[in-house]
Every structure is written in C-alpha cells, then in structure tokens.
Design a protein around this ligand. Structure first.
Ligand code: BTN
Length: 159
C-alpha cells in the first residue's frame, strides 16, 4: 500500500505538468497590467474577432478617466496554444486611440500572460505637431482570477 501511495505521489507532478502543457492561452476574461489598468475581453468568435472594455489607470490628459471600448482580432488559427492578437481602444474621454499588438503566453505552471506593445496616437492641431503625436510602449497583462467582469472594471478607486 505504501509503495502505491509513494508511486502516486511521484507521478503527480508529471500529470500536472502534462495537463498544463496541453492548456491553451485564452484571451477571453479579465486582465490587469503593471500600470494597474484593467480590461475585459469577450468570447473570441469563429473569425477570431472580439470586443471588450478597457479601464486605464493612467492618462496623458487631464480628463477624468472613463471606461472605453476595445475591438480586436486574434490570429484566426485559433488552435494555436499561444495566439497572436491585436486590438484598438478608442478612448471615450479623450480624442486619442491606442493600438495594441501582442501574444498570449502560457507558462509551465498554467499561468497566462499577454505581452503587448502599443502605440498611442494623440490628436494634434496641425501636421507640424505630428512629430510629437505618437507615444510607444509595452504592457504585460496577467489574468484577474475569481472576479466578475464588472468588478474588474471598477479601477483602483473602488478597491
Ligand atoms: C489618453 O490619455 O488619451 C487615453 C488613455 C491612454 C492610456 C495608455 S494606453 C497605453 C498605456 N497602457 C495603459 O494601460 N494605459 C496607457
């Protein structure tokens, strides 16, 4: 009996490892980045399309931050374990737009993360100001667990 239990205990990490090796990174759900911004992504449709909401923790403006809609697409070969994607956030409280591109990664512990790069385009008054209109950066998002969509969009002020 002792031997059986011992063998089972030895086999357990292998089974767990095997299970996370099969798991796919899924975009749908609630995510938070290192700035404290929160977003939720809907189910990804058959063509790879998705929608969602973004609550940024920071702004380049002096406006009050509001939840903004996002729209994007995942590479349509949805069988991929670590799919690439892109989405656009059209900010409701400013005249700017941000486009994100990235990849959904699954680590050995079954934890997902979204590694992204973004361009934030601000509206400027004339082509002479074009040189200063675009910011660039990176964000890494981690999945928010055990929360519903509304809670994840409340932002830091409500926590
Ligand atoms: C604006 O300031 O006009 C709109 C908000 C921009 C927020 C940017 S988008 C890239 C970066 N990642 C975030 O989560 N927030 C900032």
């Amino acid at each position: 009996m002792g031997k059986v239990v011992f063998s089972l205990l030895l086999a357990l990490p292998l089974v767990t490892l095997g299970a996370s090796a099969d798991k796919k990174c899924v975009l749908s759900g609630s995510w938070r980045n290192e700035l404290g911004s929160n977003m939720t992504i809907s189910a990804v449709n058959a063509e790879g399309g998705f929608t969602g909401s973004y609550f940024t923790a920071v702004t380049a403006t002096n406006k009050r931050i509001l939840v903004s809609p996002l729209k994007g697409s995942q590479n349509s070969k949805s069988q991929r374990k670590q799919p690439t994607f892109g989405f656009t956030v059209s900010w409701t409280f400013s005249n700017s737009v941000t486009v994100f591109v990235g990849q959904c990664f699954m680590d050995d512990n079954g934890e997902e993360s979204l590694k992204t790069m973004w361009l934030l385009r601000q509206e400027v008054g004339s082509p002479f100001a074009d040189w200063k209109a675009t910011r660039v950066g990176t964000n890494v998002f981690s999945r928010i667990k055990g929360q519903n969509v509304d809670e994840s969009l409340r932002g830091d002020g409500a926590r």
